[in-house]
Design a protein around this ligand. Sequence first.
Ligand SMILES: Cc1cc2nc3c(=O)[nH]c(=O)nc-3n(C[C@H](O)[C@H](O)[C@H](O)COP(=O)(O)O)c2cc1C
Length: 300
Amino acid sequence: MASISIKLFGKTLRNPVMNASGTLGYSSEIEALWGVKTLGAYVTKGLSLTPHHGNPIPRVWDERSGMINSIGLQNMGVEKFFAQHFSFFRKKKTPVIINFFGFTEEEYVRCAESIKPHPLVVALEMNLSCPNIKAGGISFGKDPDMVYRIVKRIKEVTGIPILAKLTPEVKHIAEVALAASKAGADGLTLINTMPALVVDLKRKRIPIKGGLSGPTLKPIALRAVHECAQVVSIPIIGVGGIMNADDAISFFMAGASAVQVGSATFGDPYAIPRTITGVRAYLENNGYRRVEQIMGIIDG
Ligand SMILES: Cc1cc2nc3c(=O)[nH]c(=O)nc-3n(C[C@H](O)[C@H](O)[C@H](O)COP(=O)(O)O)c2cc1C
């Protein structure tokens, strides 16, 4: 029987499938249906040093081939998350990846510093798509020099492995990936949402401006994973439009070591367990014993 467990940063994960940050609440939200123990690792909603209220409604919008969200990074703050939710993961013995962000470099550093190492904490995932207040709103992740500097600073204050989560809104994502890797990032998460907006014809206004996710994003994310896998040797977690096991397999073949599923869960709350079962079935039906055997195997 094929094993779908993987090793990530020295830790064994029961499978290579995670939820995408921001799409499965803080901890126990999915327990009534299937539960976090099903996941390779649980990825937290984006956390910041202090709580954020987020944007006014509408904050999510259904699009033809995906969704747009403008949550505005609403969260309870890193301290409250650990006080109220971390014991749940201890009880469930489920590995956690902490997604975090800041609006200034200092905020990123102080947030990372405040997170103490724990055997269940696999990595800190830096959301580098946030607007940098000090740089006049330009996103941290758009500038390779800025990415290099901030990843390096985070590495100085924490011993926990770092995943740099990159935005697709750049000309050459491989350049940004290389900068993150040179600065000491232990892995990459590719990709975050793509800026988008909607037009309301009747009211002649824009009801929502936000990040596009879901099926439309998949080919863009696949290309990012494939390109970055050519220039870095750190693990890549693929995310963007994964709806089922075939999508996940495509990401492994493009060079991903693990995958995350986000928007799919909104349409089908069982998308993640279905993907996990499907990945195992694919390996068994095709004579593979481990996920690693299909990683990066595509040509061209
Ligand atoms: C409602 C919602 C909230 C999100 N919140 C975060 C977040 O807090 N931090 C982050 O790095 N990405 C966040 N994302 C982006 C996802 O983690 C993921 O990168 C993106 O949605 C692409 O994956 P998908 O197509 O499977 O949804 C969010 C996405 C959605 C739809």
